[in-house]
Design a protein around this ligand. Structure first.
Ligand SMILES: [Zn+2]
Length: 246
């Protein structure tokens, strides 16, 4: 069974370059790694490292903070790999692929497919019949696809994906914390408390007309026609109430 890192590295290879795996390994289990230190550690050009970081950033897989270098006066970016998001993203992709494969499997199990011996076309029975079981490309006679073989292949891939999903779901991400910042945390907590206290005070007193009075006034005019909708009656009542100065 593949572990999460193997699954993730395969994914990184697809969305970025082969070197992105090195960058991932360089950032892994660390927080706020200077891009210069990263380039040095990986023996890669700073621009190569930056380009990889930007491509990973486009997928939300890394994030950065910038700090001013007091001596040189310029800004340096410090990067962290977003493991939580990576896990989420992998799960999403794997589940999408699983759904897709299950759909293909059902199709495969319930329908017959015909294909050109030279693999030009692949068609369902109805489509193959329309063309007299001949390849539209080369004219060769179509042959029935070996169902058992393709079903077995799909089932195998489904099995692998399900294993990957279990692995991803069970993977516990190590929390890498920098020095704790108790002051900030306390301030945040205090702010939350304040908001929580304030909220119940905001009881909005609705200035709705007293329903009793409306009922009474409506009794003054009992000649309301039946075909009037409730809305129009209410409008009339409201007008009357307004005129009477309520
Ligand atoms: Zn053909």
């Amino acid at each position: 069974m593949r572990n999460l890192h193997a699954i993730l590295e395969e994914f990184l290879r697809n969305v970025s370059t082969e070197d992105s795996i090195k960058v991932f390994r360089g950032l892994h289990n660390q927080k706020n790694v200077s891009e210069f230190k990263l380039a040095e550690d990986l023996r890669l050009n700073i621009n190569t490292v930056r380009n990889i970081l930007y491509s990973l950033h486009a997928h939300n897989l890394v994030y950065s903070v910038r700090k001013k270098d007091k001596e040189k006066g310029w800004y340096i970016y410090y990067w962290t790999f977003n493991m939580n998001y990576a896990k989420e993203l992998l799960l999403k992709r794997k589940n999408e692929r699983l759904k897709e494969l299950k759909h293909i499997l059902t199709e495969q199990e319930t329908k017959n497919f015909f294909k050109c011996p030279d693999n030009h076309v692949r068609a369902k029975l109805e489509e193959a019949m329309e063309h007299d079981f001949k390849c539209v490309d080369c004219g060769k006679l179509l042959i029935e696809e070996n169902k058992e073989k393709s079903i077995a292949e799909i089932k195998e891939e489904i099995g692998l994906i399900e294993k990957d999903i279990t692995e991803i779901e069970n993977f516990k991400i190590e929390v890498i914390e920098e020095e704790a910042k108790p002051n900030k945390a306390k301030k945040k907590a205090a702010k939350k408390k304040k908001i929580a206290k304030k909220k119940p005070k905001k009881k909005i007193k609705k200035k709705t007309p007293q329903p009793e009075k409306i009922v009474k006034k409506s009794k003054i005019k009992p000649k309301i026609k039946k075909e009037h909708s409730k809305g129009s009656i209410l409008k009339k009542i409201k007008k009357k109430v307004k005129r009477l100065g309520f």
